[in-house]
Design a binder for this molecule. Structure first.
Ligand code: CA
Length: 223
């Protein structure tokens, strides 16, 4: 999952990015409203965490203009002012949820998970064939076997499980699992997909991750 954080306080932005990266999310950061809106309209993010008080353009205006442009990415607004007026204004401008600063990081994570679940129709578990990824405990199993995944492998498997039976190009994978520092000239995606295959496919008779030659990969059951 790829998240955009729009926050002008560098310390807060850094703290959020670091914490989310530790949970396997790919994170881009923008430090003002104009840059944030630009990134939000040119990349396919899964969630946007948007501060209200921002230089150049405030968070209310950013989310309103994104919605006008039919960009429906879930938005979690952050604010230093915990007033009913701000909450109402935020939700009316098209934000999906609201968090007041200062917040405990655990609460931010819970809100992020809740917004992602809303997209998944409320499922805490992602399943495909005999693979289960429990998003609350972050545990992957195939049949009875518990599979230990690194952060990137987890992010990759999560993206595959959210898009079964669909050809995923390397560009799509890069956009959802890596952040904007990703260098598309490398074979890093193939390397990580191979790591993941070694863990979830290699020792099992039925393979589920298949190469689509010249394009990318697909998660599907063999006929
Ligand atoms: Ca701010």
């Amino acid at each position: 999952m790829r998240i955009l954080v729009v926050e002008d306080e560098k310390k807060v932005a850094g703290f959020i990015k670091k914490g989310l990266a530790e949970e396997s999310y790919a994170v881009d950061v923008a430090y003002d409203g104009v840059e944030g809106e630009y990134l939000a309209s040119t990349n396919d993010y899964d969630i946007i965490i948007l501060d209200i008080m921002l230089p150049k353009k405030n968070g209310f205006d950013v989310v309103r203009d994104l919605r006008v442009r039919e960009i429906k990415t879930p938005v979690l607004l952050l604010t230093a002012r915990d007033t009913v007026e701000d909450k109402v204004k935020g939700l009316d401008s098209g934000a999906d949820d609201y968090l007041s600063k200062p917040f405990a990081f655990e609460e931010l994570l819970a809100r992020v998970r809740a917004l992602l679940r809303r997209k998944d129709y409320g499922l805490a578990e992602l399943k495909f064939a005999d693979i289960i990824l429990d998003q609350s405990t972050r545990k992957a199993t195939r049949g009875d076997v518990v599979i230990d995944l690194t952060l990137k492998e987890y992010g990759l498997l999560e993206y595959f499980l959210r898009n079964p039976n669909k050809v995923l190009t390397r560009t799509m994978i890069a956009e959802h699992v890596w952040d904007y520092t990703f260098d598309s000239d490398t074979n890093v995606i193939d390397v990580y997909v191979n790591h993941l295959r070694n863990k979830i496919d290699k020792d099992f008779p039925k393979k589920i991750i298949h190469t689509v030659r010249g394009i990318g990969y697909i998660l599907k059951e063999e006929e």
